[in-house]
Design a protein around this ligand. Structure first.
Ligand code: TPP
Ligand code: MG
Length: 374
């Protein structure tokens, strides 16, 4: 077992994990009270993987995750008030209340989301790392994703470019044993996920994601490889989510006993016990950490409640369209007149009929279509 860091670092690790745990428990409660809309994916149980990772990252490093990232943002230093306000859809949220739970984003803290497409964050991570490379920055991009995401095409494409271009990247699979309700054994031909990028020249390592110190050490080594050697690596961290995939999950795919077994290995309780037994932290400090987390989360809910909803006339803000796109999705101006896209949409049935008629005419004529039919 790796040694504990100094008392200050242990206190900070415990405080971050506890704050995230309390935050998510409260987010779950607020969701049930319909204070937060959309989907809600909680990472309760996965705190050691999250905090162990961020605890050794530099401020200039980038982090990108999935739709289960309230904790990742808080671990990166985003105020819990802003994360809670985002869940509530309020202007004080990280994205002004427009993103919600799945799209927490904090550019200042270099937390680049929050991404709803499984595996979709991988190529973006490669882009971030490439941008650091272009700019001559020392930053490393850490890309965290689930076991399920390792099956996507994006995984292979990104590993290929990361290795080929020697990008300063660290991949971390949060293997919580399930992709929604499908276990790793049922969704991945190769169940040792640390091996999945080896063919691209990216070595992997399996670690205990419930041990914050083990995560910290492995990530520190991976960051060093990426920063100094320009060599991307992959870490597979074994972890577990105690709650369902999202707030609406009947959990028919796993036994209650399995959840209980993992709860007994709780990363926060285990770490607190270890620190106390080693004499690094006192019982009083552990209690203080819990009290402070409670207070902070209470303050986060109060701040989110007080933050106003976005004004109706801000509806068109933060929307963009590139160049002269003429599709139905174009939003180019705010006016009572029909927009360009809307006009085209109105003409669509006519255009569609013309196409269908041409197709029908072609079907009967081996020599090709006759313009407009006959
Ligand atoms: C491309 C794509 N396919 C399917 C989905 C639906 N979906 C949402 S989460 C999820 C499971 C992903 O599991 P995993 O990568 O292990 O992450 P976890 O939820 O366990 O953190 C799926 C299939 C999606 N969002 N995007
Ligand atoms: Mg998973």
């Amino acid at each position: 077992m790796p040694d504990l860091p100094d008392a200050g670092a242990c206190y900070e690790l415990l405080a971050r994990m506890t704050l995230i745990r309390r935050f998510e428990e409260e987010a779950g409660r607020q969701y049930q009270r319909a204070k937060a809309g959309g989907f809600l994916h909680l990472a309760i149980g996965e705190e050691a993987t999250i905090v162990g990772t961020t605890s050794v990252m530099r401020d200039e490093d980038y982090l990108i995750g999935t739709y289960r990232t309230h904790g990742h943002a808080i671990a990166r230093g985003t105020d819990p008030e802003r994360v809670m306000a985002e869940l509530f859809g309020r202007v004080g949220g990280t994205s002004g209340g427009r993103g919600g739970s799945m799209h927490i984003f904090d550019r200042e803290k270099r937390f680049m989301g929050g991404y709803g497409i499984v595996g979709g964050n991988l190529p973006i991570a490669a882009g971030l790392a490439l941008s650091s490379e272009y700019k001559g920055e020392d930053a490393v991009t850490v890309c965290m994703f689930g076991d399920g995401a390792s099956n996507t095409g994006n995984f292979g494409e990104t590993m290929n470019l990361a290795a080929l271009w020697k990008l300063p990247l660290l991949f971390l699979v949060e293997n919580n044993l399930y992709g929604m309700g499908t276990s790793v054994e049922r969704h991945s031909a190769q169940t040792d996920l640390s091996k999945k990028a080896e063919g691209y020249g990216i070595p992997g390592e399996r670690i205990d994601g419930m041990d914050v110190i083990a995560v910290r050490e492995a990530v520190a080594a991976g960051l060093r490889e990426a920063r100094e050697e320009r060599r991307p690596t992959l870490i597979e961290a074994f972890t577990y989510r105690y709650r369902g995939h999202s707030a609406a999950d009947p959990e028919v795919y796993r036994e209650r006993e399995e959840v209980e077994e993992w709860r007994r290995k709780d990363p926060i309780e285990a770490f607190a016990r270890r620190c106390v037994e080693a004499g690094v932290l006192g019982e009083r400090e552990v209690a203080e950490v819990r009290e402070k987390a409670d207070e902070r989360v209470e303050a986060a809910v109060a701040a989110a409640e007080e933050s106003p909803e976005p004004a109706l006339d801000s509806l068109y803000e933060s929307l963009y369209v590139v160049g002269e796109a003429g599709g139905w999705y174009a939003v180019d101006e705010r006016s009572p007149e029909p927009h360009r896209g809307e006009r085209e949409e109105a003409e669509m049935p006519q255009a569609a009929r013309k196409l269908a008629e041409a197709g029908a005419a072609y079907a009967g004529r081996p020599d090709g279509p006759v313009e407009g039919g006959d």
